[in-house]
Ligand binder design. Structure first.
Ligand code: DC
Length: 216
């Protein structure tokens, strides 16, 4: 039987991870959150006070870093970093780190390796265009800026972070700009992806629609 690969791309707050996680459960396949991998590298650089512009040091860190997904948790050098990677500090710095060619090359390689022998649903920005261009199923999830900011705002509040809605909006606008305008693998819908606008839709509706396409 062929390996199943499902690519879910889209901007921050479009609902990718919530939806991909649920689909992974329904289809009993592995879920890989590639954004979490960029976040984990960002955390390591910040913890070690390494300037992302210092190419040599960044490369040394990449050679000496282990990222794993175990039971839905992300481990950085054997430590569960699920919570740390969602902090405002990481949100502010991750786009810059994710634009570095050395970081992208290392993580894309790892992502492809994971998908080589396993059925997988992977979410990110470049899964359908670069990581798994041959994926059988590709979806591009989006939503209005207001709705995406509202979701992020609620998520941050629930985690106890004190940020105003206005700050979350401007951060999302800034992150969208960096992710879509960067030179290497920018956020872009693959020509053969299905566009799913989640504005005003609840999770169940979106999941039903995506599963409908997969099982067609
Ligand atoms: O989906 P997220 O917010 O956790 O992603 C964090 C950052 O990582 C985001 O600014 C874009 C970047 N990213 C990327 O460049 N490529 C991916 N495949 C996934 C995320």
């Amino acid at each position: 039987m062929d390996i199943i690969s499902i690519a879910i791309d889209g901007p921050a707050g479009a609902g990718k991870s919530t939806i991909a996680k649920r689909i992974a459960k329904v289809k009993n396949i592995l879920y890989i959150d590639t954004g979490a991998m960029y976040r984990a590298i960002t955390l390591k650089l910040l913890e070690n006070k390494i300037d992302p512009d210092d190419k040599e040091k960044v490369e040394l860190v990449l050679e000496d870093t282990k990222i794993q997904f175990l039971n839905g948790n992300i481990y950085l050098d054997e430590v569960n970093v699920n919570e740390e990677i969602r902090s405002p500090k990481i949100n502010e710095n991750v786009s810059k780190v994710a634009a570095l060619p050395s970081v992208r090359n290392a993580l894309v390689k790892l992502q492809r390796k994971i998908a080589e022998n396993t059925d997988v649903i992977m979410d990110g920005r470049d899964i359908g265009t670069r990581v798994l261009p041959y994926a059988k199923f590709k979806f591009f999830l989006t939503a209005s800026i207001e709705e995406r900011a509202k979701r992020r705002y609620i998520e941050l509040r629930e985690k106890g972070y004190d940020k105003s809605y206005e700050d979350v909006v401007s951060e999302i606008v800034k992150r969208d700009k960096m992710d879509t305008e960067r030179e290497l693998d920018p956020l872009k819908m693959a020509d053969d992806a299905i566009l799913v606008d989640t504005t005003g839709k609840n999770i169940d509706e979106v999941i039903k629609m995506i599963i409908g396409h997969i099982e067609d």
